[in-house]
Design a binder for this molecule. Sequence first.
Ligand code: ADP
Ligand code: MG
Length: 667
Amino acid sequence: MGQIVGIDLGTTNSVVGVIEAGRPIVIANSEGSRTTPSIVGFTKDKEIVIGDQARRQLVLNPKNTFYNLKRFIGSDWDELDDTSISVPYNVKANESGSVRVLSTNTEREYAPEELVSSLIRKLINDAETYLGETVDSAVITVPAYFNESQRQATKDSAILAGIKVDRILNEPTAAALAYGFEKSSSNNVLVFDLGGGTFDVSLLKISNGVFDVKATCGDTQLGGNNFDSKIVDWLAEKFLNKHNIDLRRDRQALQRLTEAAEKAKCELSGLQKTKISLPFITTSKEGPLHIEETLDRKIFESLSQELLDRLLEPVQIALDDSGWNAEDIDEVVLVGGSTRIPMVQQLVKTLVPNDPCQSVNPDEVVAIGAAIQSGIISGDLQDLLLNDVTPLSLGLETIGGLMKVLIPRNTPIPVRQSDVFSTSEANQSSVVVQVRQGERPLASENKSLGKFRLSGIPPAPRGIPQVQVAFDIDANGLLEVSATDRTTGRKQAVTISGGSNLNEQEINSIIEEAKAKANEDRKKRSVIDRKNSALTLIAQAERRLRDASLEFGPYGAERQQRAVELAIQDVEEYIDDDDPQELEISVSALQEALFGLNRKFAAEKKTDNNPLQGIKNTFGSLKDELFSDDYWDDDDPWDNQMNRNYRNSRYGNSRDDNDPWDNDYFL
Ligand code: ADP
Ligand code: MG
């Protein structure tokens, strides 16, 4: 069995953790960072780039660089707010109303799950490299306020990446696990998690390794991005007034505005004011135009007032549901990069006066918690018990379009709940079970999770047949619904999978394609690797030849020098010919020839005692070649200016099922 890791799959950044020697740690990615930007892109050559590499092409290649994908995952087009869809790349609804993302480079549309799966794969690959063994399963965190569809879609993304999901864990619960790990005291904790795209609040009671979630609430369309948008709008409106040009219509300008806005926002967490400077943002008849503005904290705070108000309600609802008062809370755990915003911290203080906990790192705490959960599953960690709740009410649509709740929100999971329903018409032979999730009394205003039909009901007057509908939620928060006709025993069941907007066939074909692509990519990569190492060897050999002519004079080691020269010519020829086998042979020949020349050096050096000198020289020149910079694209006249800027910037249920008269719900 392979290893199991914990993944915080964030809107903005993702982090992987694992249990090592009984303790949770964060694994650095192949670029050496502990967090990986949740960004996936395609280059002009249709190559996929992920994480930091993708972030680097955000401004230059906005139509092919996809971020904030988590806001789309498992959501229907109609459910997205304006901020979510105002991205510089193309998003659209497909025929069934699911979100699709378009890449102009690959000329293909992607389900968000597909792109997220590439990100998961990278995280897993990096973890495997670190661990030196395969990873075949993971605990993946999701915002507590994610509905069934969003959870299922997250799970599908992992399946697409070839990973088994051992547990879907709520992010604030993960944070609480990390906070309460190895703490023996008993505490009531509020976890306040404001990331890049989502907001979650959870209330937990932690005592001696038992984590009881009391209530959770949130907003899956609210996060740091919304604060960025406020600054973008402020800049764009000013520019519009001055120059009569709306920069938000220009993808590249929008991307640059967004990055500058985020940078300014982060700076305002430490400073009172900051300068926003965007030279050559666009051109007019008069020539190039620039942005040069100063934003101070007061203006930023007034721009963000509406967002701040939106943070209050979920906290209040969670408190009401838990039956706690603010005074009952012992500690606040702040999670997510956006809790660094001073006015957000102040807001939390007005809710709970105690100083927030300082012992957790807001960027890593969720991954640490996921790692702890993975340790509980693998048996590496014991004596920890986690009792979570379901965030949103689950029920079905009854006659007249009303929502009949079977499992109210904040019910501890796993849970099974059932109720008896009947027909609404005489001789009705089938009923439709339409499963919905949400808090509205009108079913149509709640999220539809799918529907199915139970047929073969024997003819009977209205209200006589008894159909028992049962909802089962497992520890992952995933739902299965079944309906049984009590007379015939006929049963229909579905696992809710409507969320991912991908059916099983689509999922399988994506997996197949990914596998084929992985093989192809591997082959391509090994060809490139082989060529690169051949080129490196040539450079090394040439360097060595120069050393030799300095050392021995042009004829001092003529036989060995000539052998190296000839071998270089062969390697060069086969690199151009694209013949891998011949290339390999010629590379070995060159290595051998170099070996001969090096021996000559060694023999010579015995006399002056410095056999390593030549080798050092060779490495010195290699380093220079590896760091040459030809990444930036010159096609666009503005790119050069932008590159310079860019490169400088940072980047319950009382009913009795057995009572035949108790079924006043009609389907
Ligand atoms: P997610 O969980 O969505 O991946 P993170 O917890 O990594 O998100 O937080 C990312 C968000 O935090 C971004 O919107 C980023 O701009 C914001 N952020 C990071 N550092 C700061 C800071 N110093 N001040 C304000 N916002 C910050
Ligand atoms: Mg997060």
